[in-house]
Design a protein around this ligand. Structure first.
Ligand code: CP
Ligand code: NVA
Length: 332
């Protein structure tokens, strides 16, 4: 089995064994980092990091991982390149493919990363699109393994807008890994039917189950993992806030939700999170809609903060595993 030369665009493209290979490699790289083992064996390799949407974790994870590996990085910010404005994705890909050994892309439609992969001829890594966030999935799976020991048979409940990148990706990850996925949201926030059908096929192979529930107490009962994300994603118009707050407030992660889950259940969040009003947008929405928090209460967030920040740290170790595996692990 070789992951060398592969793109990393969505977990749909990988088998359960391949996903486990990424996770085992990430755990090994994490151990090496903690023990100060030098892995700077990728001198001479260069990677491009394209961000058409903003980022803290994903950008830092790619940069730190690349530098630990001895590689050079070039960061292209949301305003600082010709991409899409003066130059097509196909032309950009053909330019970058001549200079770089790998390309990370964060931005809008999945077709953009697919085109980058098609035309660049080097591994392309999806750092988040509207549809998927696959590097986040590896960090989440690694964190679940670290805290709960294994993945198979674990019940993961995603509360919130399950039609977007996080809900979609968690459903795929659970379906691939034999976990029990629950989308807990109003019906119109469930993932689209085509993706559900694809995931049902993965689930049949892995023994996973997929459940869609509008009922908070039923949906979260005996869960092993409660997961949420912001109610309005990057790139969405300001006008959707009011409707989202109204629709999704009943699906906020509260202590009642956590107490309804298993006694050793964990809470995960990809971050950033609106668990208080200490952000510009949080403060503005707090004043506009008379709120003190949004998708998760501050009490839940702080109680599970150690797990959530392990999850954030694991972005770096798992992204490093993706680069090592696709650029070739023989150098390690
Ligand atoms: N979770 C995540 O992708 O965070 P950033 O938006 O900060 O990269
Ligand atoms: N759904 C969020 C995820 C952020 C990591 C967004 O797309 O903004």
């Amino acid at each position: 089995m070789s992951l060398k030369g592969r793109n990393f665009l969505t977990l749909k493209d990988f088998t359960k064994d391949e996903i486990n290979e990424f996770l085992d490699l990430a755990a090994d790289l994490k151990e090496k980092k903690k023990n100060g083992v030098d892995i700077a064996k990728y001198h001479g390799k260069n990677v491009a990091l394209i961000f058409e949407k903003t980022s803290t974790r994903t950008r830092c994870a790619f940069e730190v991982a690349a530098h630990d590996m001895g590689m050079c990085t070039t960061y292209l910010d949301p305003a600082g390149s010709q991409i899409g404005k003066k130059e097509s994705i196909a032309d950009t890909a053909r330019v970058l493919g001549r200079m770089f050994d790998g390309i990370e892309y964060r931005g809008f439609g999945q077709e953009i990363v697919e085109d980058l992969a098609k035309y660049s001829g080097v591994p392309v890594w999806n750092g988040l699109t509207n549809e998927y966030h696959p590097t986040q999935m590896l960090a989440d799976l690694l964190t679940i393994k670290e805290h709960l020991g294994s993945l198979e048979g674990k019940k993961l409940v995603y509360m919130g807008d399950a039609r977007y990148n996080m809900g979609n990706s968690l459903m795929i990850a659970c379906a691939k890994m034999g976990m029990n996925f629950v989308a807990c949201a109003p019906g119109r926030y469930f993932p689209n039917e085509t993706l559900i059908e694809e995931c049902k096929a993965f689930a049949k192979e892995s023994g996973a189950t997929l459940t869609f529930s509008e009922d908070v107490m039923e949906g979260t009962k005996d869960a092993d993992i409660i997961y949420t994300d912001v109610w309005v994603s990057m790139g969405e118009p300001d006008k959707v806030w009011e409707e989202r707050i109204k629709d999704l407030t009943p699906y906020k992660v509260t202590m009642d939700v956590m107490n309804n889950a298993k006694s050793n259940a964990i809470f995960l969040h990809c971050l950033p999170a609106f668990h208080d009003l200490k952000t510009k947008i949080g403060k503005e929405m707090g004043e506009r809609f008379h709120l003190t928090e949004m998708e998760v209460t501050d009490e839940v967030f702080e109680k599970y903060a150690d797990v959530v920040f392990d999850e954030a740290e694991n972005r770096m170790h798992t992204i490093k595993a993706v680069m090592v595996a696709t650029l070739g692990r023989e150098r390690l």
